[in-house]
Design a protein around this ligand. Structure first.
Ligand code: TRP
Length: 442
C-alpha cells in the first residue's frame, strides 16, 4: 500500500515544524488578540485554554492518525478507511470547502501584512500618532486596489511553495523561521509589559470576568481553538498522511498544541498592554494588531528594523499556514480527480484568488467566510473526526496506529473516552448553544 512516490516529511523535527507552521499563523497573532478583545479578555482566554486541552488536542491526534493510517487526502482518507459509511465523506467535502473559504479571507489579511512590511521598509509607520495609525489601517483595508494586489501576490507565493512539494518546500523554511518568530514576539512582550499603564492590559487578558461568558463567547472560543490548531477540516489529516510510521503522533500533537498556545498567549501579552497604553479599544476588531503594534515600535530603540522583522515574520507565519490550507485542496485534486500537481495547484490557487477578490470588495463576504468556517464547518468536522476515531476505528485500531513500528501509545483509554463521548457531546452542545438553537428548545 505504501506508494513509494508519496512525499513525506523527513523526520521528527520536520513534522513538528510543518504542523506547527500550519497551526501558528495569523490565527495566533492577528485573530486571537482581537477575538479575545471582543469577547471579554480573561474569561475568553480561560475557556479557550480549556478547549485546547480537552478537545483540541484529542481531535488533533485523531486527525493525525486518520491521515497516517489511510495515507490519503482528507476525502480519500474516509473513503478508504470506511467505504461503507459515506456520511464521513462529508468531512472531506466540508474540509475542501472550508479550505477554500478560509484561505480566501486569510490571503486578504496576509496581503495586509505584506503592505505593512512594505510600509515598515519605507519607514511609513514612524512618527504617527495612535489615531493616525488607526485611520491609516481603516483607509487601507477598506480600499480595493492595494489589498487586491497584495492578496494576489500572497497567493502566488503560496502556490509557488506548494508546487515545490512537501519536504523541499514546506518543511525547509518552517524549520528556520518559526524559532525566529518566537524570539521576536518575546522581545515585543518585554517591551509591552514595561509600557506605562501595562497592568490594565495584563489584567484584561488574565483576569477573568465570568459575567462576560455567554453562549456565543463559548462558541467563539471553540471556533478560535479549532482555527488556531488548524483542526476540523483535514489539514492535519493531510499532513498526517505525510508522517512516517516511526513518528510518535501523541508527542507531535502535544508539541504542536503547546507551541500554538504559547504563541497566541505571547501575542496577547505583546498587544493588550499597548492597547490600553495607547488608548485603543480592545474590541477594535480585525485591525487590532495593525493599529496597536506600530505604536510600540515607535517607542523602541531600533524600532525601524524591528518593525520590518516583525511584519516579515508575520508574512512567513501566514505563508506556512496558507500552504497547509492549499495543500488540502491540491492533495484532493491530485488523488481524487487525478490531476497533476502543478495543474492542481494552479487551478486551486486561481479559484481561491477569485474568492479572495470577493473578500476584498465585500466586508460581508469576508465575515461570512470567517464565521461560517470557524464556528460551523470546523466544529462539525471536529465532531465527525472524533466520532470516527472513537466509534468507527475504535480502541484497537487507534492503538495499533499509534503503536505502528514499535512506537508507544500512552493514554489510549483516555483518548478513546474523550473522542467517543466527551468531545462530540461538548462540541455539539457548544455549537447548538452558540447558534441559539438550545434557547429555542428549552
Ligand atoms: N491555524 C492557522 C492560523 O492560526 C490557520 C490555518 C491553517 C487553519 N490551516 C488551517 C485554520 C486549517 C483552520 C483549518 O493562522
Amino acid at each position: 500500500m505504501d506508494a513509494p512516490s508519496r512525499d513525506s516529511f523527513s523526520g521528527k523535527f520536520g513534522v513538528i515544524a510543518a504542523a506547527a507552521g500550519s497551526a501558528v499563523g495569523l490565527g495566533n497573532i492577528w485573530r486571537f488578540p482581537y477575538v479575545a478583545g471582543e469577547n471579554g479578555g480573561g474569561a475568553f482566554l480561560l475557556v479557550y485554554l480549556g478547549f485546547i486541552l480537552a478537545i483540541g488536542l484529542p481531535v488533533m491526534l485523531s486527525e493525525l492518525l486518520i491521515g497516517r493510517k489511510s495515507q490519503k487526502n482528507v476525502f480519500g482518507a474516509f473513503k478508504t478507511l470506511a467505504p461503507d459509511k459515506p456520511i464521513f465523506m462529508s468531512v472531506g467535502i466540508m474540509g475542501v470547502g472550508a479550505a477554500f473559504m478560509i484561505l480566501a479571507f486569510y490571503a486578504v489579511v496576509a496581503g495586509w501584512t505584506l503592505e505593512y512590511t512594505w510600509l515598515a521598509v519605507q519607514d511609513g509607520l514612524a512618527g504617527k500618532t495612535s489615531a493616525e495609525l488607526s485611520t491609516l489601517f481603516k483607509s487601507f483595508s477598506s480600499s480595493t486596489v492595494g489589498p487586491m494586489v497584495w492578496m494576489v501576490v500572497f497567493m502566488v507565493m503560496t502556490a509557488g511553495i506548494v508546487m515545490g512539494g512537501v519536504k523541499n518546500g514546506i518543511e525547509k523554511y518552517t524549520k528556520i523561521l518559526m524559532p525566529m518568530l518566537l524570539v521576536i514576539i518575546i522581545v515585543l512582550c518585554i517591551k509591552a509589559i514595561t509600557l506605562d499603564g501595562a497592568e490594565k492590559g495584563l489584567l484584561f487578558l488574565f483576569q477573568p470576568d465570568f459575567s462576560k461568558v455567554t453562549g456565543s463567547v463559548i462558541l467563539e472560543a471553540l471556533g478560535q481553538a479549532f482555527f488556531s490548531l488548524s483542526i476540523g477540516m483535514g489539514v492535519i489529516a493531510t499532513y498526517g498522511s505525510y508522517i512516517q510510521k516511526k513518528e510518535n503522533l501523541l508527542a507531535t500533537a502535544f508539541s504542536v498544541s503547546v507551541a500554538d498556545t504559547l504563541i497566541a498567549v505571547l501575542a496577547g501579552i505583546a498587544i493588550f498592554p499597548a492597547v490600553f497604553a495607547f488608548g485603543i479599544k480592545p474590541d477594535a476588531g480585525p485591525g487590532l494588531v495593525f493599529e496597536t503594534l506600530p505604536n510600540v515600535f515607535n517607542q523602541m530603540v531600533g524600532g525601524y528594523l524591528f518593525s520590518i522583522a516583525f511584519f516579515v515574520l508575520l508574512v512567513i507565519a501566514a505563508l506556512t499556514s496558507s500552504v497547509s490550507l492549499l495543500e488540502v485542496v491540491v492533495a484532493y485534486f491530485c488523488e481524487e480527480l487525478k490531476m497533476k500537481r502543478k495543474a492542481a495547484t494552479a487551478l486551486a490557487a486561481g479559484l481561491i484568488t477569485l474568492l479572495g477578490a470577493l473578500c476584498v470588495v465585500s466586508q460581508d463576504v469576508f465575515d461570512v467566510f470567517d464565521k461560517t468556517s470557524s464556528t460551523i464547518l470546523l466544529p462539525l468536522g471536529g465532531i465527525l473526526i472524533a466520532v470516527f476515531a472513537g466509534w468507527v476505528l475504535g480502541k484497537n485500531k487507534v492503538k495499533e496506529e499509534l503503536e505502528a513500528h514499535g512506537g508507544k501509545a500512552n493514554y489510549v483509554s483516555v483518548l478513546i473516552f474523550v473522542v467517543k463521548i466527551v468531545a462530540p457531546i461538548a462540541i455539539g452542545f457548544v455549537f447548538l448553544k452558540g447558534l441559539g438553537v438550545l434557547e429555542l428548545i428549552f
